[in-house]
Design a protein around this ligand. Structure first.
Ligand code: C2E
Ligand code: MG
Ligand code: MG
Ligand code: MG
Length: 279
């Protein structure tokens, strides 16, 4: 809190800000170490078919098991990793880990049909010249079919790389890797712009799902988004489903897939195997 001292001069030094800057710097130093010490873990949130509730795949969500601070959320460290460029290495590790995990579950024959694995890709990672090559290597090493891998990219990540986006997305499509637009509705939100890209899936941001049924019978923009996306040939995932009311609405709207605490929270890998074996 910068306090006014007199009318004309202000105290520049702010102890709170100083503390925050130090904390952030420490986090950055720790983040570099975390890569070497392998302090990251991945949790997996099941994605279900809205009509049946059956699990069709997972979203890989990274966490940082900090030696002093415990579990740190990606919302805290991904932005720092993104600014410092460390995201490339973390992102590569997550991709590899998630594909390997799916391969292992496949070996355990959890289901008779192929499951999908969705992995978040940040703007910096998306712009990496060798992204497609990296993924090719990982798929070859883990023996997954490319159709089982879905990359989640936000609209802003595409917009930030507007020049290159078209050719990167085409290259991924050529390898038959699936593409999802994450957090749809929070950014640029242009369905017609998206139409120029080979996008398979639209994930409606959870803020839209939260609104549904909150005020009398207003469903907000959800019906329109589902309708247009499906007409454009995309499948739709509703994010952050927490209540039965929301699920009922989504069923009535023929939404394809969903994920949220109503079904499952992000789970440790062991919990996922147990989920299937208990059936
Ligand atoms: P996201 O990709 O939109 O992931 C969904 C987030 O919503 C996850 O938070 C998940 O735990 C949370 N969530 C799922 N269902 C519900 C629900 O019903 N209610 C509520 N309140 N939340 C729900 P998480 O795991 O904290 O991840 C936050 C964000 O961090 C992700 O948002 C994604 O943008 C980023 N992230 C996570 N893992 C990675 C990664 O490996 N790479 C990159 N680049 N970003 C990642
Ligand atoms: Mg995501
Ligand atoms: Mg999302
Ligand atoms: Mg998000």
């Amino acid at each position: 809190r910068a306090k006014a001292s007199g009318n004309t001069s202000y105290q520049i030094f702010d102890p709170t800000l100083h503390h925050l800057a130090l904390q952030r710097l420490q986090l950055e130093i720790d983040l570099r170490k975390a890569l070497q010490q392998q302090e990251f873990i991945v949790h997996y949130q099941p994605i279900v078919a809205i009509a049946t509730g059956n699990i069709v795949g997972f979203e890989a969500l990274v966490r940082w098991l900090h030696p002093q601070q415990g579990l740190i959320s990606p919302a805290t460290f991904i932005p720092i990793a993104e600014e410092t460029g460390l995201i490339s290495q973390i992102g590569h590790w997550v991709l590899h880990q998630a594909c390997q995990q799916l391969q292992q579950w496949q070996d355990e024959k959890l289901t008779t049909f192929p499951l999908t694995m969705s992995v978040n890709v940040s703007a910096h990672q998306f712009a990496q010249a060798d992204l497609v090559e990296q993924i090719d290597h990982i798929l070859a090493a883990t023996q997954l079919t490319p159709q089982q891998l879905k990359l989640e990219i936000t609209e802003s990540a595409i917009m930030e790389n507007a020049q290159a986006a078209g050719s990167i997305l085409q290259a991924l499509r050529k390898q038959q890797i699936q593409l999802s637009i994450d957090d749809f509705g929070t950014g640029y939100s242009s369905l017609s712009y998206l139409h120029s890209f080979p996008v398979d899936t639209l994930k409606i941001d959870r803020s839209f799902i939260k609104q549904m049924g909150e005020h009398s019978d207003s469903l907000g923009l959800v019906p329109l988004i589902i309708n247009i996306a499906q007409k454009m040939g995309m499948t739709v995932v509703a994010e952050g489903i927490e209540t039965q009311t929301q699920l009922d609405h989504l069923k009535a709207l023929n939404c394809d897939f969903g994920q949220g605490f109503l079904f499952f929270k992000p789970l440790e890998p062991d919990k996922v195997s147990a989920l299937f074996s208990s059936k």
